[in-house]
Design a protein around this ligand. Structure first.
Ligand code: ATP
Length: 316
């Protein structure tokens, strides 16, 4: 059975509940604190594993308690951690999440050991990649490592999926020749469009224009409005996958759930892409009904039957 290999970040998410934000020079007491496993790479690996794919993680942590926490969380979800290197010098990546009273947040990320990843980690971690496997990448690790992973994976016949998050700021961070699938949210789609000279348009037109310009399968998630997908070349009709209506309590990891589920479906052959996208949307809808990141990602058995029809925009 083909595997999903995630090359990406692992963080400890330190969530601080505040009743008010400190002004410069001021100290405030937090109303509560918890530390959970996170990082886009880790979240997406957990999503792929919970979607049923054999999944491995290529990453690095520090030799510290946060490193133990994230490894344990991955292992509990069934993600192989043999290619997660322990760096004796660097701390585990840390995201300090300041939770605002109204449900918003402000986030500070210290990359820590994620920044120590090199091409050597990629070569060792992806040594077993075989044709049909999926290599899933994000942009929370050094760009040169993302490129090296994409190149190596493509050369081995794997399907390479890039979730271009956080939004790229340099076109060199995204070489379409090393990729098969690009997954972006609306903000990231605009950033990629800017970098590649694709004019600003409505989401369904932009996704087709990106698929044309980059010659990739492009999937753009648009929150409660669902997702759009355009085949490489951008000449087929754009597919719209509606979101599953739910009462959202916390949208954290919605995109990670969607992307991890899509990667798992691609590793499984994904003969029916619309069905794969509908399942990803159904899983992400469950995630937004729960608090937290990794903990809110559902297992396949929890995801209700997929919706029977999808809408085609009929765009040329
Ligand atoms: P995040 O950064 O919060 O993880 P994102 O910005 O990367 O998310 P979104 O486009 O917000 O990604 O959401 C990804 C997918 O999750 C959407 O395509 C949709 O299927 C699902 N989703 C998100 N928000 C909702 C919602 N309020 N109701 C139902 N489904 C949702």
């Amino acid at each position: 059975m083909p595997s999903v290999h995630v090359v990406g970040s692992l963080n400890a998410d330190q969530l601080l509940e505040l009743t008010t934000f400190p002004e410069r020079g001021e100290t405030v007491l937090s109303a509560g604190m918890r530390v959970t496993a996170g990082g886009k790479g880790g979240n997406q690996a957990v999503a792929a594993a919970r979607a049923g794919a054999r999944t491995g993680m290529v990453s690095a942590t520090g030799a510290d308690a946060h490193g133990d926490l994230v490894r344990r969380a991955l292992a509990e979800a069934g993600v192989a951690t043999a290619a997660v290197r322990t760096d004796p010098e660097a701390p585990t990546g840390l995201a300090v999440v300041l939770l605002e009273p109204g449900g918003g947040n402000r986030i500070i990320v210290e990359p820590g050991a994620n920044a120590t990843l090199t091409g050597r980690d990629v070569e060792a971690g992806l040594a077993a990649v075989a044709p049909g496997d999926v290599v899933l990448l994000q942009l929370e690790i050094p760009p040169a490592v993302v490129s090296a992973a994409g190149r190596l994976a493509r050369a081995r016949g794997a399907t390479v999926v890039l979730n271009a998050a956080p939004a790229p700021t340099d076109a060199r961070h995204l070489d379409p020749d090393d990729l098969d699938v690009l997954v972006v949210n609306a903000h990231e789609a605009r950033a990629v469009a800017d970098l590649f000279g694709v004019a600003e348009r409505a989401p369904e037109e932009q996704v087709a224009a990106l698929a044309r310009a980059l010659n990739l399968l492009v999937v753009c998630t648009v929150g409660a409005r669902g997702a759009y997908a355009a085949a490489p070349g951008g000449r087929e009709p754009v597919l719209h996958v509606p979101a599953v209506p739910v009462t959202a309590v916390d949208t954290t990891a919605a995109g990670d759930t969607f992307t991890g589920y899509l990667a798992a479906a691609l590793a499984d052959g994904a003969d029916d892409l619309p069905a794969a996208l509908r399942r990803a949307a159904a899983a992400a809808a469950l995630t937004v009904t729960r608090h937290g990141a990794m903990t809110s990602i559902p297992s396949l058995s929890e995801v209700p039957g997929t919706r029977p029809t999808s809408q085609l925009t009929g765009k040329e």
